[in-house]
Design a protein. Structure first.
Length: 317
């Protein structure tokens, strides 16, 4: 019989919880390859069979352990942290520790049985790492530009040199991204399809490939919800005031990548019927941009799912 195994992941360590019968066994290990080797030995003490593993999605900190567990032959599920947080609140827990979090994930997994994780191909994992590195370097540029505004004469030249160096690195990584896509036939085919969508440029395409590459969204609405662009209505009690916003409960990086294409599309002639219709309905400029972001995401989903280039006849329909 397969055992349930849960992990609470942080930057430097993983808090493990293995359920054997009615017992909860705990172990704290490093979140690196040496810790994973010890984890293998620990699991072998209790079972020779693969385990059912569940962990929270914590970005790059959880990706390494998830891929390692999958490569070891274990069944892995990655749960939305917000779902686990709400589940813990529903249990009215009075304790909040990493050890308790691992136990909470165990209970959550047994009750909900989330979808099993399948890691993306190596080429897409590498592409995602490169795109995230570009975003990190751009954030550093903005941070240094802000520091320059209040810098002293003695530090200003250093900051200028730092910004120049960061921009040089950005250019190098962006070139590496384009080379990486061209060298992979599968990635290149997806990039060519996405290029057919007017408004989607070279900077946005790699992000969209990492979004749609290995995930199998059943509908465009599912993709929109995953990115956090699905509209929500906020209203409370007897107050008449209500406003529509986007959930922002998804991938912030993809939303950021879609923002500038949507701003550009706002001014394009083919988008004006759509823009004017929303203006007439009383929508604000920001709401219209978000609506364009959703439409662009739908177009990208459609071309990749169908395998056919974008059809301009449906533009701004």
């Amino acid at each position: 019989m397969r055992l349930d195994f849960q992990v609470d992941v942080s930057k430097r360590k993983i808090d493990c919880c293995l359920i054997v019968g009615e017992k909860y066994l705990y172990r704290v290990l490093k979140n690196d390859q040496s810790g994973f080797e010890k984890l293998r030995d620990w699991l072998k003490k209790y079972t020779t069979e693969p385990v059912y593993a569940c962990l929270e999605a914590t970005g790059i900190y959880s990706e390494h352990i998830a891929d390692w567990l999958h490569d070891e032959g274990h069944s892995v599920a990655i749960a939305n942290p917000l779902s686990i947080k709400k589940f813990a609140e529903m249990q009215l827990l009075a304790v909040k520790t990493d050890k308790q979090d691992a136990k909470t994930i165990a209970k959550y997994y047994r009750m909900t049985q989330p979808t099993l994780y399948a890691p993306p191909p190596k080429s897409e994992r590498q592409l995602k790492a490169l795109t995230r590195q570009v975003e990190y370097l751009k954030e550093m540029v903005v941070a240094n530009q802000n520091r320059f505004q209040v810098s002293q004469d003695v530090t200003a030249p250093i900051i200028v040199d730092t910004i120049a160096h960061l921009r040089q690195q950005i250019a190098q990584v962006e070139q590496q991204i384009q080379t990486h896509i061209k060298q992979s036939p599968d990635l290149k085919d997806k990039a060519d399809l996405l290029k057919s969508v007017r408004g989607i440029g070279a900077a946005t395409i790699p992000h969209l490939i990492t979004l749609f590459g290995f995930r199998t969204f059943s509908t465009a609405k599912a993709a929109i919800k995953y990115v956090g662009l699905n509209p929500i209505i906020k209203q409370s009690g007897e107050k008449k005031t209500r406003f529509i916003a986007i959930s922002k409960q998804g991938d912030k990086t993809i939303r950021t990548a879609l923002y500038m294409p949507a701003v550009r599309a706002f001014t394009l002639p083919e988008w004006q019927p759509f823009v004017n219709r929303l203006k007439a309905a009383g929508k604000t400029g920001k709401q219209i941009v978000c609506a364009i972001m959703r439409k662009l995401l739908v177009y990208c989903f459609t071309v990749l799912k169908s395998g056919r280039p974008y059809d301009p006849q449906i533009q701004a329909a």
